[in-house]
Structures are given as C-alpha cells and as structure tokens.
Design a protein around this ligand. Sequence first.
Ligand code: GLU
Length: 421
Amino acid sequence: MSETLNPFLNAQRQVKKACDKLKLDPSVYELLKEPEKVLIVSIPVKMDDGTMKTFTGYRSQHNTAMGPTKGGVRFHQDVTLDEVKALSIWMTFKCAVVGLPYGGSKGGVTVNALELSKNELEKLSRGYINAISSIIDPKKDSPGPDVGTNPQVMGWFMDEYSKIKGYNIPSIATGKPIEIGGSLGRNQATGYGVSVMVKKVCEALNMDINKTRVAIQGFGNVGSFAALNCVKLGAKVVAVGEWTKRTGTYAVYNEEGLDVEKMFEYKAQKGDLVDFPGGKMISLEDFWKLDNIDILIPAAMENALTVENTSQIKAKIIVEAANGPITPEADEILNKKSIPVFPDILCNSGGVTASYFEWVQNLQNYYWTVEEVNSRLKTIMTKAFDDVFKMHKEQNVTLREAAYLCAVKRIADAMKIRGWV
Ligand code: GLU
C-alpha cells in the first residue's frame, strides 16, 4: 500500500473529509485547503567560527475567520514548507475544537538547533523574528513554542520584537519565561492537558485509571509532562520510547511502572534515558509491539505510526499527543482493528490553550495563579472532549472525524456569517 507521508496532503484530506461529511458548500473547502498567507525567509547568522550561514525559515498563517492566528515555531532539521503549512492547518482546527478565538499558524526554521551554540541560537531566534516581523503582531499572529524551541527562545522573540517596536510587547510570543510575562503552567500545559484527556478517556470507556497501563513515545516537553501527570492521576507508565543522537531509537520498560520523577532527574543529568536504572532497555520495534498496554501515547513527531509498525500494535487505545503522528493509512488499520484514536487536535490542545491564557494575561497585565490556569484549562478541554465524544456517538464517525466535524462547523459558520462563503 502506498502511504501518504506528506503532512500537508494528509491535513488537506482530513479537512476535505469533514467538509464532505457536513455537506458544506465547496467554497468552504476552497478557503480552508490552503493557508491565507505564507512567508519564506532567509536568516543570515554569523557563526561562532566567523563564517556566515543562511537558514531558511517559514511562517504560515492559515485562517483568520475566528480571530488572529496563533501557533508555535519549530526549529528542526526536517522542517519543510509543506510541514509548516500542515501544522498551521492543524492549529486552526485545534483552536476551533477547544473554542479559542484564534485561527491557526505555524512557523519553522530548517536547522538542527542542538548543533548551535547558545550565541548562535540567540542570533537565529532574533533573526527569525526580524524576518517575519512585518506579518506578526499580537492582534494578528503570535508565535509560541514547538519542537526545538523553548522559553528562552520565546524570550528572545519577545525582546527582539519589542526592540523593533520601541516598547515592551509581551503578548507577541507565548511560552516565555515567567520573569518576562510568561504564564504559570504554560511549560507543563500540553502534557498536563494530555493527562486530563487520558482521565476523560478512562471515564468515557469505563476504565479504572488506577489500573490503566500507559506507554509513551517521546520524553520531550509533551511526553515527559504527560507521563508525570498521568502518574499523578493514578495511571502506570510502563514504557517510554525515545531517540538520542548517540544510540538512535530505544525504549525503557518496567512492567511494574516507571518512576517518572526519577526519569526527569536522570535525563537532566545524562541528556537521555539510555540505561535508566529503573527499567530495562528494549528496542523501539519491541516498544510498538508491547501487548499489555491500555493507552499508547505518541508524543514525538509526525508519521510515528505508519503501515509498517501499526499492524503490530496491540495497545487498546491511542491518545495522540504529537501533531499528526499517524498516517491516514495507519489510521485506517487502527480503525479496522477497532482501536479508538483520540486525535491530536483535541488531546494536545492544552499547550495552545495555556498560550491563549498567557496572551490574555499579557494584554490585561493581570496575572493568574497556576491553579487558575490549570482549572480553566481543564474546564475548556473537558468541554471539548464531551463535544467530540457526543459527535462521535451521534454521527457514528471516528473520533478524529468527530473532532474535525466540531471544528470545521464552527469555522464554516464564522466564515458564512462574515460573508466569506
Ligand atoms: N506548538 C503548540 C501546538 O502545536 C502551540 C504553540 C502555541 O502555543 O502557540 O499546539
């Protein structure tokens, strides 16, 4: 079977399916199939050794029917125009499924950020914001973190943009350090939100979370905080799949449950989880085949589950924490195997929801406690889950289709009222 690995084509396919199912006027898909605006930039950076290097950067703003666009910036060697466009489409539907007053955007730079010095990373971050400054604004489009970027990078974004404008504009970027207007809870928010969804999944499917065994692929910002918070809610995290430069892919497994806090400490010290003493090392191939997993959480990158490894999966349920981790063909296989897939645009929406809170706090110059952030996040995501689950039952469609139906309908209604379609 030939497999579509181009995320942009996959994203378009998902949107088309929802538009057809809702029997929307073809003009709706016509407006949603491409981003409204895409900027491609060259970012020159004077490297530490004195040579000049130019990096290619992108910003894709997909749809503004619901409000200004919002989305992260990815620094990764595999970043392409099509990937950034796809990710911006997914952001539109993610924001709509949780009901945020935003459309979607995404940015990226093709670079292996791990190979840059701190000084080079700062120059690249500032150069990127300079290059896209003409199309961003807190009321138009504001960047946030994604793969390969972190609070420090957001801090440089905010500082550089503020310098360009001549006054402090914290609302231009979210996921900033707390000291310069970051929101409490933002750094943990995507993973925390995933755990809120895991709890909802257990409730909806009549499972006891205390007896639920979880496997997570990826122990970056999203996977690690998802693991930590799933454990806090009573689940057992028995396997974590990872990748590291020195050994490639691997997984850590402990039938009795991994000590996630110790894994945080170990990774902070060693840089990865190789030979973590609280579990045994297995291959990533064996990780996918584990037969005693209730919930599998892909929390790394796109296309983690392909036709090849999906046929071997024995987990009962999948909760997507990464963006686009399952190819459409793999999705079909899971569907045939009756393995429910709780989709990315719902399950990883905690990050952008907390970013929305940060933006609101920055605009008001009034700051919330971490309890306020987490409880509002939980309320918003719980309602979104209930809406999607209801749609899934009522329309007898997959959970992914249900999430797209909820989201596309909201955007289509807004576009209709605004007179766009
Ligand atoms: N990168 C996050 C996501 O994929 C959102 C970034 C933001 O908060 O703007 O959902």
